[in-house]
Design a protein around this ligand. Structure first.
Ligand SMILES: [Zn+2]
Length: 442
């Protein structure tokens, strides 16, 4: 199972790396910011997937631990029941011992009584013999018939009666005693059988409890094993997640480096332009008397381009200022200036620079990011919700150059330009954003 799991991790890692552009690619020394962002997004969504798997593992581990506790409680229950059954068995065993002793005692008593009966019979026989010898007759009738007078007959009858009734009484008593003992012996023996029976079923119960307990113990062992492998899986996922986080950070660094590189290009371009302007001014000064105005500006953008470093990015009215405002009933900070106008409205670069990113996002719609170097300082402008963009990533642009058209794409309600100005590079928290009015005359 673990082997298989490792294999899948290895494959997933290979796919992850394979599907993304390699970090240091000499053939393509400057991955565009857009590509890098894409790569970063892929890495971070992969990381999110892994993190949600980690959470799954965590909840599986919790469920497993709960089950373990449940089973531990059941095992304890079984232990208590087994102990109880053992006590009952011991009680039965004691009762059996006592009852067996009773049976033995009764057997002895019965034996004694039998001996007594035997002795008595001997005695009766002897007495009969004595009568026989005295009367010369074999039975009582002979004794009676041997009377020589009525008085003698009466004496003999009373003597015989006395002897007979005494013997009969003794014999009856003995018989009753014997029957009583036999009956008691039977009762005690049946009680003994019942006890043996009870004890046997308790032994069976104990066996059943022990086997159920063994089953639970086995289940517990399995759960412990499962928990260990889940932990291992979780650790591996966590390793993978932290590697992806590292990768994400590395790409973030590359994005910053690329932004800095483009900003540096913009700065050099600015210096070059300044040099050219100075040279042209010097030339103009030396030929100041030449007549005939130079051909008027050829480009006629519909957005008037103001003089100076900055120009308004679109014509139209300002609908939302930079700062706190209320949107759909909730207060929010508006990081840009909104300009709205109807029809086909061109959007122009607010200053000379380089396009660092031109793409579509669900919130900004068609959006262009431009980095500027102005007096050696980096600025970034953002043009959002455009109906279309005319420039790609990496393109150098001049102040007033068309970069797209005003639109209503992304999270927007009605055609407008959402324009942001950042003193420095753009970041997700927009910490460098400033009010564009600080630099641009709207
Ligand atoms: Zn806006």
């Amino acid at each position: 199972m673990n082997k298989k799991y490792f294999m899948s991790i290895a494959i997933a890692a290979a796919l992850t790396i394979g599907s993304l552009p390699t970090l240091a690619n000499p053939a393509n020394a400057h991955s565009s910011v857009e590509d890098l962002k894409k790569k970063q997004d892929e890495v971070s969504s992969k990381k999110e997937q892994i993190n949600s798997k980690i959470n799954e593992k965590k909840s599986e581990i919790n469920a497993n631990i709960n089950k373990q506790q449940e089973i531990k409680a059941k095992i304890a229950e079984f232990d208590a029941k087994i102990k109880d059954t053992e006590n009952k068995i011991a009680e039965k065993a004691k009762e059996i011992e006592e009852t067996t002793a009773e049976v033995e005692k009764l057997k002895v008593e019965i034996k004694e009584l039998e001996n007594k009966i035997k002795e008595r019979n001997e005695l009766l026989k002897e007495r009969a013999r004595a009568i026989q010898e005295k009367g010369g007759s074999a039975n009582y009738l002979d004794v009676l018939l041997g009377a020589d007078s009525f008085g003698d007959f009466i004496n003999r009858v009373s003597a015989v009666n006395t002897i007979v009734s005494a013997d009969k009484k003794i014999m009856d008593e003995q018989k009753r005693d014997q029957e009583k003992l036999e009956k008691k012996k039977e009762e005690v023996e049946s009680k003994l059988a019942q006890l043996e029976n009870d004890k046997a079923s308790l032994e069976t119960l104990k066996q059943d409890l022990n086997s159920e307990k063994a089953q639970k113990a086995e289940l517990f062992k399995q759960l412990e094993k499962q928990e260990a492998s889940l932990e291992k899986e979780k650790v591996n996922l966590e390793k993978e997640s932290s590697e992806l986080a590292k990768m994400e950070q590395q790409i973030g660094g590359e994005i910053q480096a690329e932004q800095a590189r483009l900003a540096e290009l913009a700065r050099q371009r600015e210096l070059e332009k300044k040099r050219q302007a100075e040279a042209a001014a010097a030339k103009k000064a030396s030929t100041s008397s030449s007549g005939g105005s130079a051909s008027a500006s050829v480009s006629t953008p519909s957005t008037p381009v103001s003089s100076g470093t900055w120009t308004r990015p679109a014509s139209g009215s300002i609908t939302t200022e930079y700062g706190w405002d209320v949107l759909n009933g909730s207060s929010r900070f508006h990081y840009g200036t909104d300009i709205a106008a109807g029809g086909s409205v061109p959007i122009v670069a607010a200053a000379d620079g380089y396009v660092i990113k031109s793409h579509f996002s669900s919130s900004y719609g068609n959006v262009v990011y431009i980095t500027h170097s102005i007096n050696g300082k980096t600025f970034t402008t953002v043009y959002a919700h455009m109906s279309s963009s005319l420039v790609g990533t990496g393109t150098p642009v001049d102040k007033g150059q068309r970069i797209g058209f005003m639109g209503d794409t992304g999270y927007s309600f009605g055609q407008h330009l959402h324009f942001e100005l950042h003193a420095g590079s753009w970041n997700a928290s927009k910490s460098n954003s400033v009010n564009p009015r600080q630099y641009i005359n709207f």
